[in-house]
Write a protein that binds this ligand. Structure first.
Ligand code: R5P
Length: 312
């Protein structure tokens, strides 16, 4: 019998079930409840003593998702697992990753500390907001990318006169890797943030006129960055515009705005965060196989570098 198990929090159980099923497993039985005041209680309903345990939980808002993961890790540690790996498809609070002004927190580091204190021995995650966040952990972290499955999907579109656009400087390396794989040109959109959750395009650098363009971003939250980019590209004469984002955070009315965005042909997202509902405009490409492969290779102490390599 395999001495590894997969458990899940409640934030993205559908994905966790897929990951387990890919490996011929069922999720370990757990009970997770809220007390009347909202406090979270978890229990592993089966023996996990000496087990190599993988706990899957995305930590998008509300913060209860993060807290639930911490409590699951703590319970696993106290149940004498041999090792517990936090599998975090979407690592929330990652955007506050430096002191960009006085007297602010670096939440990406704070969360890294909390995970280690709760008992995580390893981390597996996908498309961190910035790669440097890996350095915030003193435990091993495997940083995977969704690009192999997303690029495979984009290739099926058979688009010609293709350009890939990065909506800001931070996403340039990723956009370049997409462009290289798709044989496309690169466009850089120069974005400013006049205030929180507001993005403005200042300049578009690259050849846009009559091009089919794929806008690549790690996440869409309010959609401000994405919509200002799409509008700027349309104004500059882009032909068809597609979008790719790994983490569909979609706060406020972003989902509805995306559905009604006439300039957008289609948006491709992954299932690191579950969608509120299905949409003809938004297609989900699953990263479950990437996670399953990372889990089994981690358990077997085999290399997983081929899963997280991204050509820069
Ligand atoms: C920024 O660095 C990120 O890559 C996203 O572009 C940004 O966080 C998206 O936020 P919003 O959708 O609220 O503009």
């Amino acid at each position: 019998m395999l001495d590894f198990k997969i458990a899940s929090g409640r934030s993205n159980r559908v994905l966790a079930e897929k990951v387990a099923a890919n490996l011929g497993l069922e999720l370990s039985e757990t009970t997770i409840r809220n007390f009347s005041d909202g406090e979270i209680w978890v229990k592993y309903e089966e023996n996990v003593r000496g087990v190599d345990l993988f706990v899957i939980q995305s930590t998008f808002s509300p913060a209860d998702n993060l807290l639930e993961l911490l409590i699951l890790l703590d319970a696993a540690k106290r149940a004498s697992v041999r090792r517990v790996t936090a599998v975090i498809p979407y690592y929330g609070y990652a955007r506050q990753d430096r002191k960009d002004q006085p007297r602010v927190s670096i939440t990406a580091k704070l969360i890294a500390n909390l995970l280690a204190v709760a008992g995580a021995n390893r981390i597996i995650t996908i498309d961190l907001h910035s790669s440097q966040i890996q350095g915030f952990f003193d435990i091993p972290l495997d940083h995977l990318y969704a690009s192999p499955v997303l690029i495979k999907r984009l290739m099926k579109l058979n688009l010609d006169s293709l350009s890939v656009a990065s909506p800001d400087v931070g996403g340039l390396k990723t956009a370049r890797s997409y462009a290289k794989k798709l044989g496309a040109n690169l466009i850089l959109v120069d974005k400013r943030r006049p205030s929180h959750n507001v993005a403005e395009v200042v300049n578009v650098i690259g050849d846009v006129q009559n091009k089919n363009v794929i806008v690549v971003d790690d996440l869409i939250d309010t959609g401000s960055t994405f919509f200002s980019t799409v509008n700027a590209l349309k104004e500059k004469g882009a032909n068809k515009i597609f979008g790719v984002c790994v983490h569909p955070v979609f706060s406020g009315n972003a989902f509805e705005k995306l559905e009604n965005c006439e300039a957008l042909e289609k948006l491709y997202v992954t299932d690191t965060i579950p969608l509120q509902k299905n949409s003809d405009k938004i297609e989900v490409v699953s990263i479950s196989e990437i996670l399953s492969e990372a889990i089994i290779r981690t358990h077997d102490n085999r290399s997983i570098s081929s899963l997280f390599e991204i050509e820069r």
